[in-house]
Design a protein around this ligand. Structure first.
Ligand SMILES: [Zn+2]
Length: 80
């Protein structure tokens, strides 16, 4: 899937002021959700409106930090 082409649901200026309600970090638009790279929560977007509720968020335990990859619990492609 291409990145940055079909993710025009949230305006950039609005995305800038949105913050994760759990840890107050910035959110990144990903597919049809807003993802917090800091705590790994993913907030759904319904009808173009982001649902920034902690109890509506999904945790992604295996993708906690896909950007920096500081913590990798299991690395299946670690073979030389
Ligand atoms: Zn967060």
């Amino acid at each position: 899937m291409e990145t940055g082409t079909l993710l025009n649901m949230i305006p950039a200026d609005l995305l800038e002021i949105l913050a994760c309600p759990a840890c107050r970090e910035a959110l990144t638009e990903k597919d049809d959700a807003l993802q917090c790279a800091a705590c790994g929560r993913s907030y759904p977007i319904r009808d173009g409106i982001p649902i920034l509720l902690v109890d509506q968020a999904r945790m992604e335990p295996s993708k906690i930090d896909p950007v920096t990859r500081t913590t990798t619990p299991d690395s299946p492609s670690a073979k030389p």
